[in-house]
Ligand binder design. Structure first.
Ligand code: COA
Length: 325
């Protein structure tokens, strides 16, 4: 038995922020941001909003779409890089918000690849028979770890959440192939220096901005497309499929130039690539499930379509999953 996606959901905060609005915060321009990234706007949480509430709403919609009651969920797996609190994470808050009864929950931290990792892990757990119904939520509030005075990073990110419910299905449907990788030599490409146990938060770390995300943009940029290409090809091989069998590719929504480089490397028609980063920017581990949910609800993705979802992110982690809708 493989795992089948039986419901999807997503949530974006109502506060839509344009590139022009960022021009008043840092020395940037709409033209620069669009040309270098393809991003035009992003949804950002207001100060009073709680990040995990986005995951609750996405999860609620996924359960509703699958017509499954919260008490029938066997495991909640929350992919997030920046949880509500380092301890106890985000999963307990989402479990509470969804009124899950007794179901185990945990956070999975794999950077922007978290959702792809999460679905692969959930698939293994379902195949083993350990947990038949797994709710995978990808949720990220990058605005809360962004240095809003740093133009190199603050224009790139958005907030949001996406979720899928996975249930046992026939071997020929659902998750058909996976490929997960790590490259620990590149661990400092994306990191948040302070506030963990290596460098606990102090007045000094806050003064130095150690609680903000740091990024080696060009390093990430150079590696992202080759990594997603490799993961895509291996996941397809594991699924015993060819690129020509694929109806849709949903890459991690980080930068349109990275997506274009992937399209070029794979040599696939651009119409088969799903892109929403122009509207929502990079929502990290939430980016793929948001795009998936949007296009299932819009009717673009049909039951039976073959979808490749591929991501890269902090760690460096990368991977791909092949799914039959
Ligand atoms: N507005 C205007 N100028 C900016 C800017 C902004 N928002 N951000 C950077 N610049 C400037 C730089 O300061 C630099 O100026 P300088 O030459 O005077 O020093 C110039 O633009 C070029 O910077 P560079 O970093 O070479 O630009 P780039 O073409 O590599 O694009 C990124 C930068 C961040 C868009 C690109 O590297 C990228 O997308 N990397 C991947 C990021 C990513 O995906 N992160 C998430 C991973 S999950």
């Amino acid at each position: 038995m493989g795992a089948r996606i039986t419901g999807t959901g997503s949530y974006l905060p109502s506060n839509l922020v344009s590139n022009e609005q960022l021009e008043s915060l840092v020395d940037t321009s709409n033209e620069w941001i669009v040309q270098r990234t393809g991003i035009r706007s992003r949804h950002l949480l207001d100060e009073a909003e709680i990040p995990s509430d986005m995951g609750v709403e996405a999860g609620r919609l996924a359960l509703k779409a699958a017509k499954v009651a919260p008490e029938d969920v066997d495991l909640l797996l929350v992919a997030t890089t920046f949880p509500d609190m380092i301890c106890p994470g985000s999963a307990p808050f989402i479990a509470e918000g969804l009124s899950l009864t007794d179901a185990p929950f945990f956070d999975l931290k794999a950077g922007c690849s978290g959702f792809v990792y999460g679905v692969a892990v959930a698939n293994g757990l379902i195949e083993s028979g350990l947990f038949p119904r797994v709710l995978v939520v990808g949720v990220e509030a990058l605005s809360r770890v962004t240095d809003w005075t740093d133009r190199r990073t603050c224009v790139l990110f958005g907030d949001g959440a996406g979720a899928v419910l996975l249930e046992p299905g026939a071997q020929s449907s659902g998750v058909l192939g996976t490929a997960l990788y790590g490259d620990a030599e590149k661990s400092m490409f994306l990191h948040l220096p302070a506030g963990g146990t290596r460098t606990p938060a102090s007045v000094e770390t806050v003064t130095q901005g150690g609680h903000f995300l740091k990024m080696e943009g060009s390093g990430v940029f150079r590696n992202a497309a080759p990594m997603m290409e490799k993961a895509t090809m291996v996941a397809l091989e594991n699924a015993k499929l060819e690129l020509s069998d694929v109806d849709w590719i949903i890459p991690h929504q980080a930068n349109k130039r990275i997506v274009d480089a992937l399209v070029h490397r794979l040599d696939v028609p651009e119409e088969r690539i799903i892109v929403n980063l122009d509207r929502v920017a990079n929502t990290s581990t939430a980016s793929i499930p948001i795009a998936l949910d949007e296009e299932i609800r819009s009717g673009k993705i049909h039951p039976g379509d073959i979808i490749v979802m591929t991501a890269f992110g902090a760690g460096v982690t990368y991977g791909a999953i092949v799914v039959k809708a």
